[in-house]
Design a protein around this ligand. Sequence first.
Ligand code: SAH
Length: 217
Amino acid sequence: MRLRKVKGADEAVAGSPYVIHDPEIKKGKWASEVFGNNHPIRLEIGMGKGRFITELSGLHPEINYIGMEKMSSVLFRALGKRESEERENLYYLCADAEELPDFFEEGEVDGIYLNFSDPWPKDRHWKRRLTSREFLARYSKILKKDGIIEFKTDNQDLFTFSLAEAEEAGWLILDSTRDLYKSPMAADNVQTEYEVRFSTLGNPICKMIIKQATQEE
Ligand code: SAH
């Protein structure tokens, strides 16, 4: 795919101390070599400009966060936010989520956030959706046993697809709503950039929380 170029973005991302440039060699060593502690590691995939993860990492210094974004021109915008914050628990990856099993060991990640993922509306592109069974299988490879995925979108069709894929792939739906702000699930909600934009337009926000089923369940 050809990405829109933003002047200086590639250089800024390549030179940033907050971006992990060699994630393959960190596999199995994120706690010891990147964060220097054993706090849980949570990953946001397709983080965009970083509003959500920047706020969350400030609220929870006892949790380590990694923001993953494949477009350097977009990640570049998150770096601006990062520089103004004193944080030891927030790093970034500039890569495609397809590569996740190369970057993390089994059980190394405690939770995954997917926010306003690209809908890929054409049927033939279903495998590209970040909640497809193909991606759920990749997440299974890196999530710890009780690890959860939290997914938000305003796209009703993508949400319907995502619930069905999760069930089909044997995940448990722990909670879900098609109108987050009218639901008890809104209690600790942190908004994303897209969420602010779409909820201002009046679109209801959907959210699901899922977990891998274990043998006992
Ligand atoms: N989460 C943000 C941005 C949503 S837009 C928000 O809610 O405001 C979706 C983002 O996901 C885009 O920035 C896109 O570049 C990124 N993205 C899409 N597919 C991806 C993939 N396979 N790996 C990493 N990032 C991806």
